[in-house]
Design a protein around this ligand. Structure first.
Ligand code: PMP
Length: 289
């Protein structure tokens, strides 16, 4: 059973979620100098298991290194597992965050405190995913040469702007397209297209190298290549994927409507079995919690 007050990991120990206090001069609060992950745990036959935990923490380590934040993936993995256990969560979203803490208002992170937290929230068991309406964003994705596609906190302002614009236009989600008309990604998910029996995982230098995308490429034989917006519009089926989004079918891209796709449905079902340990996969992909 879950404890009455959720527990979070904060700087080396489990504490009540309403316990930690973060100073108003926190560098990350002012400048976005933090790095996070979005991870999921699933109930499997052998108890809760975290899907591709080591890969998520390796991506987080890259972001931490760029920001000069000390980060040990093994310590973080232990914190994730202990937080899940403390909360009795099996199907859960897991949010680790490492950030630059209080100090001066200078941009140099040297000399500032550093912190690390993990929170877990229960997730409903997948219900088949609402179909999403995509709008082409007027915003460009952060270019990789200006801000590498990692889960750096400040980078997500770009996603927030695109999400706000999409919602204001009555869409559910924004699709980023580059200056040359190539598809980048969504605000928190990577894009796939299905044409006939060909599955394409859209490739773009400015897109986050998604772990869900990598999982699907490895298991359903998708081809990785760049794709123009025009080609995406012409595809038979479009879906987006991410740790939180899992495999989400796209109902419409602007005025173009897509039918309920049989290939997307099959891939969504495959992914749902994979994350629950019901398909063969590399042993390292499921970390028992
Ligand atoms: N793109 C962005 C911008 C994201 O935030 C996410 C979610 N982490 C993804 C793609 C999908 O990545 P993953 O499959 O690793 O969750």
């Amino acid at each position: 059973a879950s404890p009455a007050i959720a527990r979070v990991w904060f700087d080396g120990e489990l504490v009540d979620a309403d316990g930690p206090r973060v100073g108003v001069t926190t560098h990350a609060l002012h400048y976005g100098s933090g790095v996070f992950e979005g991870i999921r745990a699933y109930a499997t036959r052998d108890g809760a298991a975290v899907f591709r935990l080591a890969d998520h923490l390796e991506r987080m380590r890259k972001g931490a290194t760029l920001l000069g934040i000390a980060f040990d993936p093994d310590v973080a993995a232990e914190a994730v597992v202990r937080t899940l256990r403390a909360n009795g969560h099996r199907d859960a979203y897991v949010r680790p965050l490492a950030w630059v803490g209080a100090g001066s208002f200078g941009l140099d992170v040297a000399g500032h405190a550093q912190h690390f937290m993990v929170a877990t929230t229960p997730t409903p068991v997948h219900l088949g995913g609402a179909r999403t309406r995509l709008g082409v964003s007027r915003w460009r994705r952060n270019p990789a040469r200006a801000l590498p596609p990692l889960k750096l906190c400040g980078g997500y302002v770009n996603s927030i702007l695109a999400k706000r614009e999409a919602k204001a236009r009555g869409c559910d989600e924004a699709l980023f397209v580059d200056d040359d008309g190539f598809v980048v990604e969504c605000t928190g998910a990577n894009v796939f297209a299905v044409s006939g029996d060909r599955i394409v995982a859209v490739e773009h230098a400015d897109a986050l190298p998604g772990i869900t995308r990598d999982t699907l490429v490895a298991t359903c034989g998708a081809e990785c290549r760049p794709m123009s917006l025009a080609e995406l519009r012409d595809a038979d089926e479009v879906f987006v994927c991410g740790t939180a989004a899992e495999v989400t079918p796209i109902a419409a891209l602007e005025e173009r409507e897509y039918g309920v796709g049989p290939v997307t449905r099959e891939i969504a079902a495959l992914y749902a079995r994979l994350v629950r340990g019901l398909e063969s996969m590399p042993a390292a992909w499921l970390a028992t919690a």
